[in-house]
Design a protein around this ligand. Structure first.
Ligand code: SF4
Length: 455
């Protein structure tokens, strides 16, 4: 039995409900739910409010016109013919009435109304022509953990003492199996995204999310979903301007407020963005989606956005490097991304730096390799584990530290269990599968006993 299969067996004892447990239910914003709907996180097969089978065959595109949220979608009801049209996603069923969609002809081609909350009385979604639109209610509580959540640091758990008594090789073997399992899950996610949106778009969306990690993952995901890479590449001279415009970073028209070097750079972007602004206005990411403070200046989303523009502009170079056997060419691709303005600026409003800065630093490259490129190769059934296992851990986060505190406590070997990205990923998987599923303060968690049987 392979490592991931053995881990899957160990995990099966944990009564996994594919969702984290929190003392306070998490509330989601409409935009995040729409992004996760589009990413297929709710799945694509549903039971409608009338008990009918509803299959979303095509999730369409984020709509840039007045009208429903997603256009060019396709659904199949009760296994019948495919019906094409738009999908509207609301927080409540009654929003359809409250927002005037029932009397707005722009919503006449809606083929599916998705919502989260249903009101007290039956509500039927109808168009201006009194056509009844199938409804699907989705439950955010079924969503897997993602878009990173903050959890409190913790005290050592019940597994801490038995783990302390285990040989290092055994603990590393469990971590490795859990990491391989996680890698397979990421590959499956990419496969699912590819089935929904095509291979190139899946890769582009995941790269965008990795550049947004972690504070701006949602904003970057929305950007990539709303402006497909293929569409961007069809007008190569405008890629950066359109991305910055859609991000809402080109909203202030007063150039005089900027330093001279920035003014010149912005003038070029604005000249390209303004003629397209009216056409794309509806797709602009709302300012509240961005987290502009609290990130290290080097990681400011404006720099990361410039990196995304560079990736899209050099897309053939990226796909060529992905075809090579070793990771060297992909690493070089990201290291070589350069920008005359962003190599010397933290933000649009900061002055130039004395020293040149990499557009995508080594830490981010490692994270992109671990979370996008290697899962991508795994999905293509290429040998990835030796490369993955070698990636050094460059970054930690609250989740990893919490998991380490619970499982390893003050074990002096603790740093040795977290030296590589693979070990960190394995720990995260165990933490999510066991700690986040546990409601008994460790008492009923099966991990301590199951882990001891691991050979
Ligand atoms: S919930 Fe399970 S895995 Fe987590 S700390 Fe407690 S015993 Fe260990």
């Amino acid at each position: 039995m392979s490592g991931p299969e053995r881990y899957a067996q160990l995990r099966a004892t944990a009564k996994i409900r594919e969702r984290p447990l929190f003392s306070h239910p998490r509330s989601f914003g409409e935009l995040e739910l729409q992004a996760r709907w589009f990413a297929g996180d709710f799945g694509n097969a549903f039971t409608g409010t009338q008990g009918e089978a509803v299959e979303v065959v095509q999730f369409g595109t984020w709509n840039r016109e007045a009208g429903p949220d997603f256009s060019d979608a396709a659904v199949r009801i009760e296994g019948g013919e495919i019906v094409r049209g738009s999908i509207e996603f609301d927080l409540t069923d009654q929003s359809w009435e409250a927002h005037g969609h029932a009397t707005n002809p722009a919503f006449d081609d809606t083929v599916l109304h998705v919502f989260v909350e249903a009101g007290g009385r039956d509500f039927f979604t109808r168009t201006t022509r009194h056509r009844q639109v199938p409804q699907v209610r989705v439950d955010p509580a079924t969503l897997p953990a993602a878009f990173s959540l903050n959890l409190p640091l913790a005290r050592p758990g019940r597994c801490h003492a038995p783990l302390r008594g285990q040989p290092e090789e055994k603990i590393c073997s469990i971590l490795e199996a859990a990491a391989q399992f996680r890698l397979q899950r990421k590959a499956q996610r990419l496969q699912r995204l590819s089935e929904l949106h095509g291979k190139d778009e899946a890769l582009y969306q995941e790269l965008a999310a990795a550049l947004g990690y972690k504070q701006n993952k949602l904003a970057f995901t929305l950007l990539a979903q709303r402006m497909p890479g293929k569409l961007l590449r069809s007008r190569p001279n405008e890629i950066e301007a359109v991305l910055f415009g859609l991000a809402g970073f080109l909203a202030a028209p007063d150039l005089a407020t900027f330093a001279r070097g920035t003014r010149q750079y912005l003038r070029v972007l604005w000249d390209q963005w303004w003629p397209r602004r009216a056409e794309l206005e509806r797709l602009i990411v709302p300012p509240r989606t961005w987290r502009l403070s609290g990130t290290r200046p080097l990681n400011h989303p404006q720099r990361r956005l410039a990196a995304l523009a560079g990736i899209v502009t050099n897309w053939p170079g990226l796909t060529r490097s992905l075809g090579k056997d070793d990771l060297g060419p992909v690493r070089k691709f990201f290291r070589d991304l350069a920008h005359p303005f962003w190599n010397f600026h933290y933000t649009l409003t900061s002055g130039p730096t004395a020293a040149e800065m990499a557009l995508v630093g080594e830490t981010r490259i490692t994270e992109i390799l671990a979370n996008v490129i290697l899962p991508w190769r795994q999905w293509e059934e290429r040998a990835v584990w030796p490369d993955f296992a070698r990636l050094p851990a460059r970054l930690t986060n609250r989740r990893i530290e919490t998991g380490a505190a619970r499982l390893f406590g003050d074990d002096p070997r603790r740093p040795r269990f977290l030296r590589t990205v693979a070990q960190q990923q394995g720990l995260l998987q165990i933490y999510e599968d066991f700690c986040l599923q546990d409601e008994s303060d460790c008492a009923q968690c099966p991990f301590p006993e199951q882990m001891q049987k691991w050979s």
